[in-house]
Design a binder for this molecule. Structure first.
Ligand SMILES: [Zn+2]
Length: 176
């Protein structure tokens, strides 16, 4: 999937995690979640993360190839484990780690919808994909648009009362 689609899926995953009580919401957590949604593609030199961290990306790509280890359950567990360890060694907030992990997992789920699939059980090489859409294709565009609308509806429901409480009464009435 394209980076922008991954951002939308990560935003939806954030909404789901907050709504279900898995994740404590907040600016840090959502930023971490969005970054986590892009991070697994560090195994592709021309991805966002690949361009931000070319050296790391080069090493990871050289070892695993695209959609390798970073696109597996092992990676999700490692990110969560390492992140949790960091919270015990520093002031890194746990919700940031959870947000990043949720974003990372959402990336794998999203790539798992495509024909290419992901190697969930890496180091086993076999990839599992639902084959619902092709990366960058029309199906992905439709899916992303619907997901964005869903996230927008959630965000509106969550933040509109908060936003409107700081607005003049006339405008507040309009938004209510
Ligand atoms: Zn990917």
């Amino acid at each position: 999937m394209l980076a922008r689609s991954h951002l939308v899926v990560a935003a939806c995953a954030y909404a789901g995690a907050v709504q279900s009580g898995l994740l404590q919401g907040g600016t840090g957590a959502i930023v971490a979640c969005l970054l986590g949604g892009l991070a697994p593609d560090i195994d592709h030199p021309s991805s966002r993360f690949g361009r931000w961290l070319p050296l790391t990306s080069g090493v990871v790509t050289g070892i695993t190839g695209h959609r390798g280890a970073t696109h597996s359950l092992v990676a999700v567990a490692a990110v969560l484990g390492f992140g949790y360890w960091l919270t015990t060694q520093s002031t890194l907030p746990l919700p940031w780690v959870l947000g990043f992990t949720v974003g990372w997992a959402s990336h794998l789920l999203a790539d798992g919808l495509t024909y290419g699939g992901v190697p969930w059980l890496w180091p086993l090489r076999r990839r599992y994909g639902l084959g619902l859409m092709r990366t960058g294709g029309a199906g992905e565009a439709v899916f992303t648009t619907l997901a964005l609308m869903g996230f927008g509806a959630w965000a509106w429901g969550r933040f509109a009362p908060w936003l409107s409480s700081g607005l003049p009464p006339g405008l507040r009435h309009l938004l209510a």
